[in-house]
Design a protein around this ligand. Structure first.
Ligand code: FAD
Length: 597
């Protein structure tokens, strides 16, 4: 053990720079390169990193002090064994990350609970655990940055939940049922078709072919980038080694062999799995989203437990195929997170589509009977008698896989729910180990995982990247679609943010009327003080595709004039974004005149 003083390093031309935050306290165990202070000059915000690992004995600065090169920051006792510390999770709306001066990637200094010294089968600079959208994007970015990269995945096909049992298969089926629905409306145009004949094996085959096309493409791209894939179940042995229990076949069948990968940096992208309800018995007629997507048969009567996006998308698919659907939702509304005005349009449009939407109602018991699954309910809208269903879909959320990878052997903190906390560079409490995607928290969405994967790979390669997104969009690919980005009106109200709104009803959109689908609207939310856009929501056909422009406007800090004066093509649904901005400015010539006060 030795004592060492940590000084402010050369920070360029800056002198007397105010300290805006002290990130450490006495007794903290710090790692080399860990940020200690945040300084803010009139030109830049920068962090002061530790030049040694150790335990903080005393701190010589406080917020508000001014420092320059050579100012004493703290005294540390070096040589202490560090223990993991939690780091704050990243808020999706967190302000832009501080700009730190470039630092070389430190030599491996991560605290390690385990100490592996056995045989090694593979070596790489960057190991990525899990090949979902987060993992493969991180691995590909890492390889593009010139790092030797190994991707560990238990399943034969890359792509994780999203490509194999999530985003993609659900959208393939939603496309099919939306065409079926649209065809039905053609009789109003004088075009009639016969009743649809559903060949379920062929439909399943179509869905599987979509998955195969995409996952095959990923395998090719991994090869082209020289990303090696080690197929098996990975678990940490220490902060530099993962043991992979090799798997074979399509699933997770063990091959009876283990291999060890030594790495310099690791990116954990092990994802999540569906939450199980403990009172439900094991029966093939009780499924999660993965089971529902197998499309084994079309049930006559189906219960969907959970009125979130996944439950509603699957309910849309099965009702389109002819199932009679009940939905049970504990909360007082469906599609949590979306503003109610958006959801109400969906609800009105779907009034006849589902048999019963039971809000404030919980499924409490299920019994396996010869003629189906008998489910009992409790709550405001519970049926008086238990109901029999041919299929029960449980869609009550997803739980992270953090407890299944022996992260503690590497010194990585995992919370009691299985989430791993990260900072805005996707670093865990261990400097050389990153985590991304569903395993680091909400929203559990593929596009968030991809962007986090890029940041982690870039930081692991020594780049100064940050995850500082101003918005992460959400989309329910139902009929109509519901999409929102940035702050919702509900969030503005809850956070006391003064806002202004521009709303363009699709009843005034030439294209929506021509399409026979004018039930929707587009709304934009602007900060009342800065006048910049801070959020937006769209309900209507293709809302998920349209929300991209709102996302860009938020990231670019656009105001209503920027958006309204952008010439949008006519006649399109996309026009509604420009027209909503004009509505916010009070002069939209496609709407009736604003009444003068
Ligand atoms: P995952 O996709 O979960 O991938 C993790 C990977 O790690 C898996 O391949 C897993 O096998 C592997 N793995 C885990 N542990 C180990 C281990 N120990 N060893 C080796 N490998 C391991 N998101 C959207 O943005 N849009 C949508 O439309 C959408 N639709 C969805 C529909 C459904 C039905 C579902 C279930 C999800 C949907 N999602 C959607 C969510 C999206 O799929 C996830 O947010 C996304 O897949 C998370 O990516 P990830 O990389 O974090 O993890």
């Amino acid at each position: 053990m030795a004592k060492q003083i940590i000084l402010v390093p050369d920070i360029g031309d800056y002198t007397d720079v105010p300290v805006i935050e002290v990130l450490i306290k006495v007794g903290d165990v710090i790692e080399k390169e860990q940020p200690l202070l945040v300084l803010e000059s009139d030109k830049a915000t920068m962090e002061v990193p530790a030049d040694t690992a150790g335990t903080i004995l005393s701190i010589s600065v406080k917020a508000g002090d001014k420092v320059g090169k050579g100012s004493i920051v703290a005294e540390v006792e070096t040589g202490a064994v560090a223990t993991p510390q939690a780091v704050a999770p990243v808020s999706p709306l967190a302000p832009p990350a501080p700009i730190t001066p470039p630092v070389a990637i430190p030599a491996i200094s991560a605290p390690s609970a385990g100490q592996y010294s056995g045989k090694v089968d593979h070596e790489c600079e960057v190991l990525v655990l899990g090949a979902g959208p987060g993992g493969y994007s991180a691995a590909f970015r890492s390889a593009d940055l010139g790092k030797s990269t190994i991707l560990v995945e238990r399943y034969a096909k890359l792509g994780g939940v999203c490509l194999n049992v999530g985003c993609i298969p659900s959208k393939a089926l939603l496309h099919t049922t939306s065409v079926m629905d649209e065809v039905k409306t053609m009789s109003k145009h004088g075009i009639s078709y016969g009743a649809p004949k559903i060949e379920i094996d062929q439909l399943r085959g179509y869905k599987d072919s979509v998955i195969a096309k995409l996952t095959g493409g990923l395998a090719g791209m991994a090869k082209a980038r020289k990303v090696s894939v080690v197929r098996g179940l990975g678990r940490f042995l220490d902060a530099n080694h993962v043991e992979v229990e090799l798997t074979q076949g399509d699933g997770q069948d063990l091959a009876g062999k283990k291999e060890v990968v030594r790495f310099q940096r690791a990116i954990i992208a092990a994802g999540s799995q569906p939450v199980k309800l403990p009172f439900l018995p094991e029966d093939p007629r009780i499924v999660d989203s993965t089971g529902a997507l197998l499309l084994k048969s079309i049930p006559k009567r189906m219960l969907v437990i959970g009125g979130g996006i996944i439950g509603l998308e699957m309910a849309t698919v099965y009702s389109g195929l002819g199932s009679r659907i009940d939905i049970a939702e504990m909360m007082d509304g469906l599609m949590a997170g979306a503003d109610r005005d958006l959801e109400k349009v969906w609800e009105k449009f779907n009034a006849g589509r589902f048999e019963n939407i039971m809000l404030k109602t919980r499924a409490t018991k299920a019994e396996v009977k010869a003629d189906g699954i008998q489910v009992s309910f409790e709550g405001e809208n519970a049926p008086s008698e238990p109901q029999i269903y041919d299929l029960v879909l449980v869609a009550v959320g997803r739980t992270p896989n953090g407890k299944k990878i022996d992260a503690s052997a590497a010194g990585v903190m995992v919370d009691e729910r299985g989430f791993i906390s990260v900072d805005n560079q996707m670093r865990t409490n261990v400097n050389t180990i990153f985590a991304i995607g569903d395993i680091v928290g909400q929203p559990m969405l593929a596009h968030k995982a991809v962007h986090e994967g890029h940041v982690a790979a870039e930081v692991a390669a020594g780049e100064k990247s940050y995850f500082d997104a101003k918005q992460i969009p959400s989309v329910a690919y139902t009929d109509p679609e519901v999409a929102w980005a940035g702050l919702t009106e509900d969030q503005c109200k809850a956070q006391g943010i003064a806002y202004e709104k521009g709303l363009f009803p699709w009843a005034a959109s030439g294209r929506a009327i021509a399409n026979g689908r004018d039930e929707g609207f587009t709304k934009l939310i602007f900060d009342a003080t800065s006048k910049r856009i801070i959020g937006g929501g769209i309900v209507g056909t293709h809302a998920g595709d349209l929300i991209g422009e709102v996302c860009l406007a938020i990231e670019m800090g656009a105001d209503a004039v920027d958006i309204g004066k952008t010439i949008h093509p006519h006649p399109t649904l996309g026009e509604s974004v420009g027209l909503a901005a004009e509505a916010a400015l009070g002069h939209c010539t496609d709407l009736p005149p604003v009444k003068k006060k």
